[in-house]
Design a protein around this ligand. Structure first.
Ligand code: GRF
Length: 213
């Protein structure tokens, strides 16, 4: 299975995918392209080190959003991926891309959807809201991307206990280490081996009950 990974920042989820392929946690998968909107994303350095083709194209290079959306669709179409993986991607995925790749785009969200998600919930903001609310458990979710924001069918989730001494930064880091970097590779491997299908808004994962998430 060929994947295109879309990044905007540090790329630790991209690194988990690169490492997962190298150590056999992710099978039957190759990264055909890394795309970033951000020329300064350290994720691009990670792609370079791993010898993965990459493209940087920012919306700021275009006269309007429509032109950017068309260019992004062309970049992804040319890469011809079986699956698009949003790994810390802060670009709003345009409808034309979602329609071109139905149930073939997955995203990692750093909370347990439907909690602490939707418009405005990204990065540290998510964890600030979790601590503000006094939630005892948070975690991460891998879901298919549909036209909404964080509303697509849920594939995998992993809980992480919130600690009394947590700051948004310590909670974010622990959720990345204990949840994101585990369930994103697992979801890709399951999809790469034909074990995931969407039935309406529900996701059926073969052998789900025996999985150690
Ligand atoms: C992660 O917290 C991820 O959940 C969110 O973006 C953050 C950046 O991750 N989507 P990365 O280090 O760039 O993969």
């Amino acid at each position: 299975m060929r994947i295109a990974v879309m990044v905007s920042g540090g790329g630790t989820n991209l690194q988990a995918i690169i490492d997962g392929i190298a150590n056999g946690i992710i099978t039957n998968t190759e990264i055909g392209l890394v795309y970033s909107n951000n020329p300064n994303a350290y994720a691009i350095e990670r792609a370079k080190k791993a010898g993965i083709p990459y493209v940087v194209k920012s919306p700021k290079e275009f006269a309007n959003r429509e032109d950017f959306n068309k260019a992004l669709l062309q970049i992804l179409t040319d890469a011809n991926p079986d699956l698009i993986v949003l790994a810390g991607c802060l670009v709003v995925i345009p409808e034309c891309v979602v329609r071109a790749f139905p149930n073939r785009i997955i995203n990692i969200h750093p909370a347990l959807i439907p909690a602490f998600c939707g418009t405005g919930y990204y990065g540290l903001k998510v964890h600030e809201k979790v601590l503000e609310r006094g939630a005892r458990v948070s975690g991460a979710t891998v879901h298919f991307v549909d036209e909404g924001t964080d509303t697509g069918p849920i594939i995998l989730q992993k809980p992480v206990m919130v600690r009394d001494d947590d700051t948004p930064e310590t909670l974010q880091r622990r959720i990345m280490e204990q949840a994101e970097w585990k369930i994103m590779p697992m979801a890709i491997d399951l999809i790469a081996n034909g074990k995931v299908r969407v039935d309406g808004h529900k996701v059926i994962v073969d052998g789900y009950d025996d999985l150690t998430v």
